[in-house]
Design a protein around this ligand. Structure first.
Ligand SMILES: *Cc1c(COP(=O)(O)O)cnc(C)c1O
Length: 392
């Protein structure tokens, strides 16, 4: 087992008390805590509506459905992301394609997006939705993506699974200035946690209503949404094919409690990143470049190892750190490398920056309770190739 994982939750007594209080209350699910959590997140982001669900994967799925993604449609995202950012489109029967990454931020490249849109327009294959992912917590160039969406008529879902608490041009991620829906994840390795959980935030009441229905079987209790007057006071009507993607009040209580420390968590992650940066001064590894427009959620600290230096061979470094109980990781394998996607005929040379990134990237441990001594240990082990080790 890893002694230092790559990420982990930070749970205090207030979090535990909040969960226990729900366990002692009347409602374990569909009580008052889910809407309370939704309101706090919506207010934090400056969004009008928030819809809590049982994972970010579920939120991405119903966000696509709410935007009308179906069999004839195309959805674009970045290849350097967790598979869920692309799978959501496949769930809807749509086709997925990828846009290569920016070599500095590792986010979806606006230049490559612009190029690909010109071609797609010629071929009549424009995307219905583009899903930018704020990789490692660093916001994408949303102004650029939004401008292209106005020109080509696509919708935008921000996959902000890494970036609750982040800011773009001084404003919180999730405020919807440049997108239709923003999705957060509350998995334990992310910035705040509910155990499992996710949320979609939007300023569009119609999209929010659709997501509310889709998370609970496609059922409505609002007579205004029914096809005829209710049969009686017991009546509800299923008007879409929805799912059971609901969040429980137990999970929401943890999320609500964690929201109190969100800014503190992100600030702590920035402290840790600054310390890693210092430890890598004069080192040939590439530290995470930060765009001046962005304040990252700093979910992940990804370095790139120089390919031309034998002592920084990525596999060797990875295995050495793992053997010392340091849970380094690799975020991410390009989605089109996965067997399920490979069969769709993607050509690796179409994504040179993603390929280069994949050959060099390494995720170092990053979570609020990580200590500076542990960071020192990580960097020391990283810099000490086998054969250079002293016997002391
Ligand atoms: C974690 C993650 C998801 C999925 O989140 P879940 O809450 O585990 O479903 C989706 N996209 C990205 C980029 C993620 O990191």
């Amino acid at each position: 087992m890893s002694i230092i994982p790559y990420g982990r939750q930070d749970i205090n007594q207030a979090d535990i008390d909040a969960v226990v209080n729900v366990l002692r209350s009347d409602f374990l699910t569909q009580g008052p805590t889910v809407p309370a959590f939704e309101k706090v997140v919506a207010d934090y982001c400056g969004a009008k509506h928030a819809v809590a669900v049982n994972s970010a994967t579920s939120a991405l799925h119903i966000a696509c459905l709410a935007l009308g993604v179906g069999k004839e449609d195309i959805v674009w995202t970045t290849p350097i992301t967790f598979v869920a950012s692309a799978n959501c489109a496949l769930y809807c029967g749509a086709t997925v394609d990828f846009v290569d990454i920016d070599p500095r931020t590792y986010n979806l490249s606006v230049e490559r997006l612009a190029d690909k849109l010109i071609l797609a327009e010629k071929n009549g294959k424009l995307p219905k939705v583009v899903i930018p992912v704020h990789l490692c917590g660093q916001p994408c160039d949303m102004e650029g993506i939004h401008a292209l969406s106005q020109k080509y008529g696509f919708k935008i879902i921000e996959d902000a699974s890494h970036s609750i608490g982040a800011k773009y041009k001084g404003e919180p991620i999730g405020n919807g200035r440049y997108s239709d829906i923003t999705v957060f994840s509350f998995h334990p390795v992310k910035i705040i946690t509910t155990g499992e959980g996710g949320m979609g935030v939007t300023n569009d009441r119609h999209l929010a209503n659709q997501m509310v229905r889709l998370r609970s079987h496609g059922i409505t209790r609002d007579p205004g949404e029914m096809t005829h007057a209710p049969d009686g006071p017991w009546y509800y009507q299923q008007i879409d094919l929805g799912f059971n993607y609901r969040m429980t009040d137990i999970h929401a209580a943890l999320g609500l409690s964690q929201m109190h420390r969100l800014d503190e968590f992100v600030a702590k992650r920035h402290d840790l990143a600054a310390h890693y940066n210092k430890l890598f001064e004069n080192s040939p590894v590439t530290i995470p470049w930060q765009h001046p427009d962005s304040y990252s959620g700093m979910h992940l600290y990804v370095i790139r190892l120089p390919q031309n230096k034998r002592e920084f061979n990525r596999r060797e470094v990875f295995e050495r750190l793992r053997s010392h109980g340091i849970g380094v990781n690799l975020h991410y394998i390009p989605v089109y490398h996965h067997f399920y996607y490979e069969r769709m005929g993607f050509i690796r040379t179409d994504f040179p920056e993603a390929e280069c990134y994949y050959s060099e990237a390494l995720t170092l441990p990053m979570y609020p309770s990580l200590t500076k001594a542990q960071q020192q240990e990580v960097v020391k082990k990283l810099n000490t190739p086998i054969g250079h080790q002293t016997i002391f």
